[in-house]
Design a binder for this molecule. Structure first.
Ligand code: HQG
Length: 182
Protein backbone atom coordinates (compact mmCIF):
# COMPACT_ATOMS: atom_id res chain seq x y z
CA UNK A 1 0.00 0.00 0.00
CA UNK A 2 1.30 3.47 -0.74
CA UNK A 3 1.32 6.38 1.75
CA UNK A 4 -1.89 7.84 0.40
CA UNK A 5 -3.81 4.57 0.69
CA UNK A 6 -2.45 3.96 4.18
CA UNK A 7 -3.60 7.40 5.29
CA UNK A 8 -7.00 7.06 3.73
CA UNK A 9 -7.60 3.65 5.33
CA UNK A 10 -6.32 4.92 8.65
CA UNK A 11 -8.83 7.79 8.55
CA UNK A 12 -11.61 5.39 7.67
CA UNK A 13 -10.63 3.05 10.50
CA UNK A 14 -10.61 5.99 12.92
CA UNK A 15 -14.14 6.77 11.81
CA UNK A 16 -15.46 3.24 12.37
CA UNK A 17 -13.40 2.37 15.46
CA UNK A 18 -13.97 5.66 17.29
CA UNK A 19 -17.13 7.29 16.06
CA UNK A 20 -19.43 5.48 13.67
CA UNK A 21 -19.05 1.70 13.51
CA UNK A 22 -22.53 1.61 11.99
CA UNK A 23 -21.02 3.00 8.77
CA UNK A 24 -19.98 -0.58 7.98
CA UNK A 25 -22.62 -2.27 10.17
CA UNK A 26 -20.38 -3.45 12.96
CA UNK A 27 -20.59 -2.75 16.66
CA UNK A 28 -17.82 -2.38 19.20
CA UNK A 29 -17.91 -4.03 22.59
CA UNK A 30 -17.95 -1.87 25.71
CA UNK A 31 -14.14 -1.65 25.68
CA UNK A 32 -14.04 -0.60 22.05
CA UNK A 33 -12.92 -3.95 20.60
CA UNK A 34 -14.16 -5.63 17.45
CA UNK A 35 -13.18 -9.06 16.11
CA UNK A 36 -10.63 -8.73 13.34
CA UNK A 37 -12.58 -11.27 11.24
CA UNK A 38 -15.80 -9.27 11.66
CA UNK A 39 -14.03 -6.05 10.74
CA UNK A 40 -12.45 -7.55 7.62
CA UNK A 41 -15.69 -9.06 6.39
CA UNK A 42 -17.63 -5.85 7.09
CA UNK A 43 -14.99 -3.89 5.13
CA UNK A 44 -15.36 -6.36 2.28
CA UNK A 45 -19.16 -5.98 2.25
CA UNK A 46 -18.73 -2.21 2.10
CA UNK A 47 -16.24 -2.20 -0.75
CA UNK A 48 -13.27 -1.35 1.45
CA UNK A 49 -11.65 -4.75 1.27
CA UNK A 50 -8.40 -5.27 3.16
CA UNK A 51 -6.34 -8.38 3.75
CA UNK A 52 -5.20 -9.23 7.25
CA UNK A 53 -1.66 -8.33 6.23
CA UNK A 54 -2.77 -4.92 4.97
CA UNK A 55 -4.66 -4.27 8.21
CA UNK A 56 -1.53 -5.14 10.16
CA UNK A 57 0.48 -2.80 7.97
CA UNK A 58 -1.94 0.05 8.69
CA UNK A 59 -1.73 -0.57 12.43
CA UNK A 60 2.05 -0.90 12.39
CA UNK A 61 2.78 2.11 10.21
CA UNK A 62 0.28 4.52 11.74
CA UNK A 63 2.06 7.78 12.60
CA UNK A 64 0.36 8.08 15.97
CA UNK A 65 -0.12 4.36 16.66
CA UNK A 66 -3.85 4.99 16.86
CA UNK A 67 -4.91 1.33 16.77
CA UNK A 68 -3.97 -1.75 18.72
CA UNK A 69 -4.57 -5.47 18.59
CA UNK A 70 -5.18 -7.63 21.62
CA UNK A 71 -2.40 -10.06 22.45
CA UNK A 72 -3.64 -12.86 20.22
CA UNK A 73 -4.32 -10.35 17.42
CA UNK A 74 -7.89 -11.57 17.08
CA UNK A 75 -9.40 -8.23 18.09
CA UNK A 76 -8.62 -4.61 17.27
CA UNK A 77 -9.59 -1.21 18.66
CA UNK A 78 -8.62 2.46 18.63
CA UNK A 79 -6.33 3.27 21.56
CA UNK A 80 -8.07 6.58 22.29
CA UNK A 81 -10.07 9.38 20.71
CA UNK A 82 -13.58 7.87 20.79
CA UNK A 83 -16.76 9.87 20.72
CA UNK A 84 -18.70 6.66 21.44
CA UNK A 85 -19.04 5.70 25.08
CA UNK A 86 -16.27 3.21 25.81
CA UNK A 87 -14.43 1.99 28.86
CA UNK A 88 -10.90 1.43 27.58
CA UNK A 89 -9.97 -0.22 30.88
CA UNK A 90 -6.66 1.57 31.35
CA UNK A 91 -5.34 1.53 34.90
CA UNK A 92 -4.77 4.91 36.55
CA UNK A 93 -1.14 5.98 36.12
CA UNK A 94 1.11 8.60 37.68
CA UNK A 95 1.59 11.45 35.23
CA UNK A 96 4.77 13.46 34.82
CA UNK A 97 5.01 16.85 36.53
CA UNK A 98 3.83 18.70 33.43
CA UNK A 99 1.74 17.64 30.44
CA UNK A 100 0.87 19.76 27.41
CA UNK A 101 -2.26 20.58 25.49
CA UNK A 102 -2.31 22.57 22.26
CA UNK A 103 -5.46 24.46 21.41
CA UNK A 104 -6.41 27.13 18.88
CA UNK A 105 -6.22 30.71 20.15
CA UNK A 106 -9.97 31.26 19.90
CA UNK A 107 -10.71 28.62 22.57
CA UNK A 108 -8.38 30.10 25.17
CA UNK A 109 -10.82 32.50 26.82
CA UNK A 110 -13.38 29.79 27.33
CA UNK A 111 -10.70 27.43 28.66
CA UNK A 112 -9.58 30.10 31.16
CA UNK A 113 -13.10 30.13 32.48
CA UNK A 114 -14.15 26.51 32.26
CA UNK A 115 -10.93 24.52 32.16
CA UNK A 116 -10.32 21.80 29.61
CA UNK A 117 -13.41 19.78 28.80
CA UNK A 118 -13.45 16.53 26.91
CA UNK A 119 -16.02 17.91 24.44
CA UNK A 120 -17.12 15.19 22.00
CA UNK A 121 -14.44 12.70 23.09
CA UNK A 122 -14.26 10.25 25.97
CA UNK A 123 -11.43 12.14 27.71
CA UNK A 124 -9.22 15.23 27.54
CA UNK A 125 -6.06 14.38 25.55
CA UNK A 126 -2.68 15.53 26.85
CA UNK A 127 0.84 14.93 25.59
CA UNK A 128 4.34 14.80 27.01
CA UNK A 129 5.92 16.64 24.13
CA UNK A 130 5.43 20.17 22.94
CA UNK A 131 5.65 19.46 19.21
CA UNK A 132 2.77 16.98 19.23
CA UNK A 133 0.63 19.38 21.25
CA UNK A 134 1.38 22.27 18.94
CA UNK A 135 0.42 20.26 15.88
CA UNK A 136 -2.84 19.20 17.59
CA UNK A 137 -3.65 22.87 18.32
CA UNK A 138 -2.71 23.87 14.79
CA UNK A 139 -5.50 21.82 13.23
CA UNK A 140 -8.04 24.55 13.90
CA UNK A 141 -6.16 27.84 14.03
CA UNK A 142 -3.17 29.56 15.56
CA UNK A 143 -2.00 27.16 18.24
CA UNK A 144 -1.50 28.09 21.88
CA UNK A 145 0.43 25.81 24.20
CA UNK A 146 -1.10 25.15 27.61
CA UNK A 147 0.96 23.60 30.39
CA UNK A 148 -0.93 21.34 32.72
CA UNK A 149 0.26 20.82 36.28
CA UNK A 150 -0.52 17.16 36.07
CA UNK A 151 1.48 15.95 39.05
CA UNK A 152 -0.29 18.41 41.32
CA UNK A 153 -3.68 17.52 39.84
CA UNK A 154 -3.00 13.85 40.47
CA UNK A 155 -1.81 14.51 44.03
CA UNK A 156 -5.07 16.36 44.60
CA UNK A 157 -7.20 13.44 43.45
CA UNK A 158 -7.64 13.70 39.66
CA UNK A 159 -7.05 10.43 37.84
CA UNK A 160 -4.86 10.03 34.76
CA UNK A 161 -4.56 7.20 32.27
CA UNK A 162 -1.94 6.57 29.63
CA UNK A 163 -2.56 4.77 26.33
CA UNK A 164 -0.08 2.36 24.69
CA UNK A 165 0.88 5.22 22.35
CA UNK A 166 1.56 7.57 25.28
CA UNK A 167 -1.42 9.86 25.04
CA UNK A 168 -2.39 10.94 28.56
CA UNK A 169 -6.10 11.00 29.33
CA UNK A 170 -8.06 12.67 32.07
CA UNK A 171 -11.67 13.60 32.60
CA UNK A 172 -11.38 17.36 33.05
CA UNK A 173 -8.67 19.93 33.78
CA UNK A 174 -9.85 22.72 36.09
CA UNK A 175 -8.47 26.19 35.21
CA UNK A 176 -6.35 26.42 38.37
CA UNK A 177 -4.01 23.70 37.03
CA UNK A 178 -3.47 25.33 33.65
CA UNK A 179 -0.50 27.60 32.98
CA UNK A 180 -1.36 29.94 30.10
CA UNK A 181 1.34 31.66 28.04
CA UNK A 182 1.94 35.30 28.94
C1 HQG B 1 -11.01 22.44 23.11
C2 HQG B 1 -6.31 14.05 17.43
C3 HQG B 1 -13.41 25.79 24.55
C4 HQG B 1 -9.74 21.64 23.10
C5 HQG B 1 -5.31 15.04 17.93
C6 HQG B 1 -9.73 21.16 21.67
C7 HQG B 1 -5.26 14.77 19.41
C8 HQG B 1 -12.29 23.80 24.72
C9 HQG B 1 -11.20 20.99 21.34
C10 HQG B 1 -6.62 14.17 19.70
C11 HQG B 1 -12.62 23.72 26.09
C12 HQG B 1 -11.65 19.55 21.32
C13 HQG B 1 -7.45 15.08 20.55
C14 HQG B 1 -13.36 24.76 26.66
C15 HQG B 1 -11.44 21.98 25.57
N1 HQG B 1 -13.75 25.78 25.86
N2 HQG B 1 -12.69 24.83 23.97
N3 HQG B 1 -13.70 24.78 27.96
N4 HQG B 1 -12.07 22.57 26.59
N5 HQG B 1 -11.55 22.71 24.44
O1 HQG B 1 -10.35 17.11 18.70
O2 HQG B 1 -7.30 17.58 22.16
O3 HQG B 1 -5.33 12.49 14.94
O4 HQG B 1 -11.83 16.61 20.71
O5 HQG B 1 -8.61 22.43 23.41
O6 HQG B 1 -4.08 14.91 17.28
O7 HQG B 1 -7.80 18.82 19.97
O8 HQG B 1 -7.57 11.99 15.89
O9 HQG B 1 -9.49 17.27 21.09
O10 HQG B 1 -9.16 22.08 20.81
O11 HQG B 1 -4.25 13.92 19.82
O12 HQG B 1 -5.60 10.58 16.49
O13 HQG B 1 -11.91 21.67 22.36
O14 HQG B 1 -7.26 14.03 18.44
O15 HQG B 1 -5.74 12.81 17.30
O16 HQG B 1 -11.11 18.95 20.18
O17 HQG B 1 -7.47 16.38 19.99
P1 HQG B 1 -10.74 17.42 20.10
P2 HQG B 1 -7.96 17.61 20.83
P3 HQG B 1 -6.09 11.91 16.09
Amino acid sequence: MNEKQLKSYSKFLSLVLRHQPETIEISLDEMGWVDVEDLLSALRRHRRELTLEQLKEIVRSNDKQRFSFNESETRIRASQGHSLTVDLGYEPAEPPKILYHGTPEHFVESIRENGLNKQQRHAVHLHTDINTSMSVGQRRGRPVLLKIQSERMNAEGCLFYVTPNYVWLTDHVPPKYIIFPE
